[in-house]
Design a protein around this ligand. Structure first.
Ligand code: GRF
Length: 198
């Protein structure tokens, strides 16, 4: 059973999907820890309800990113965490964690990267009036949503579709795709039939 830490800053609906998939035996992983930079976010409530240990660290309380990440790293090593799974974590990951977890930090992003990286990818896609968008799962590097792509799935944007509807469909896709692709990674298979690009 792969030991993972999930990093989240917000609603935590992807965290919930991973908790549920793990409980159902669909994801061969144990979520040992939820890391957050945001006290009071709903992801932490979900973790507590699932009896998962939480680590909440506010960057403002640390002098530098390397110090901030060193404190997180200490906990990850103590718990023997093998993979870091980002699920709505709103911070860039720095060298301290990247060097210790090469190709073992994974993120999900609600667009077909390299299109629409960064914040509000769904709003960016709607503003660009694209006819299709989707979800990308990728390895994390030092950039913003720039790491090697592991899997993508596309959906069409319906004519006149509003944000609420598109967001709902993208989230539903994320909740299905993330556990499936993580399972393939943890069991050594190729995710989504795609060749790993790294
Ligand atoms: C998701 O859309 C994810 O792709 C992005 O942030 C959002 C997090 O949503 N990175 P939630 O907190 O999992 O509900």
């Amino acid at each position: 059973m792969t030991k993972i830490a999930v990093f989240a800053s917000g609603q935590g609906s992807n965290l919930q999907a991973l908790i549920d998939a793990s409980a159902k035996g669909e994801l061969p992983a144990r979520i040992e820890l939820v890391v957050s930079d945001s006290r009071g976010c709903y992801a932490l409530t979900r973790a507590e309800e699932a009896a998962i240990e939480t680590l909440v660290l506010r960057p403002a309380d640390y002098g530098s990113r390397s110090h901030y990440e060193a404190v997180i790293l200490e906990k990850l090593l103590e718990l023997k965490i093998e993979y870091l799974v980002l699920a709505g974590f709103m911070r860039l990951i720095g060298p301290t964690l990247l060097e210790r977890y090469p190709e073992r930090i994974i993120n999900i992003h609600p667009s077909l990267l390299p299109l629409f990286p960064g914040k509000d990818a769904i709003g960016q896609a709607l503003a660009a009036e694209v006819t299709e968008t989707g979800v990308t799962i990728h390895y994390v590097d030092e950039g913003m949503d720039t790491g090697p792509i592991i899997a993508q799935e596309r959906i069409s944007v319906n004519p006149g579709e509003d944000r609420r509807s598109l967001e709902g469909r993208i989230h539903a896709l994320e909740h299905r795709l993330y556990p499936k692709v993580l399972k393939q990674i943890f069991t050594g298979g190729n995710a989504n039939g795609k060749t790993r690009t790294n």
